[in-house]
Write a protein that binds this ligand. Structure first.
Ligand SMILES: [Zn+2]
Length: 148
């Protein structure tokens, strides 16, 4: 792990989101599912927005999805991010729940830097797979192309 990598912002889990990060540490991408109506939801929250039930479980996903949109951040950036620019931030539509979109980075492999994918390769609709990058004691989901 490089100094640059350690300076990236880390998630700050709250009570509702803590299980997401605990499963991520095991290499599992899970989303909350309402045990009353069965609908999946993200980001984590205590109450189902569809049926108002407070009962939920964490359902394992395939970790597969498609790039729904993307950006290339430009300066001004925090120093750790400026050091890796140009990099990408993608929104991934989950294959198991297309209404759920997660923000992340497309990388060449789990331990590759944020700028490891040529921005010219970014395509909306490209199939991606979640990988987990250990950084600062947290397993952060990132994404790799299914067909590199
Ligand atoms: Zn519900």
């Amino acid at each position: 792990m490089t100094t640059t990598e350690e300076s990236l912002l880390l998630p700050v889990p709250d009570e509702d989101g803590a299980p997401f990060w605990e499963y991520a540490a095991r290499g599992e991408l899970r989303v909350q599912a309402c045990t009353a109506c069965g609908r999946l939801r993200f980001p984590p929250r205590p109450c189902c927005p569809h049926c108002q039930s407070f009962d939920s479980q964490w359902r394992l996903t395939s970790g597969r999805g498609r790039i729904w949109s993307y950006v290339q951040p430009h300066p001004p950036l925090l120093p750790a991010y400026a050091a890796q620019a140009p990099y990408n931030v993608i929104l991934v539509e989950l294959a198991d729940a297309p209404h759920i979109r997660l923000a992340g980075n497309l990388v060449a492999s789990a331990d590759a830097p944020l700028n490891s994918v040529d921005p010219a390769r970014l395509r909306i609709g490209a199939r991606v797979q979640a990988v987990f990058t250990e950084t600062g004691g947290v397993a952060v989901p990132r994404w790799i192309l299914e067909k590199p």
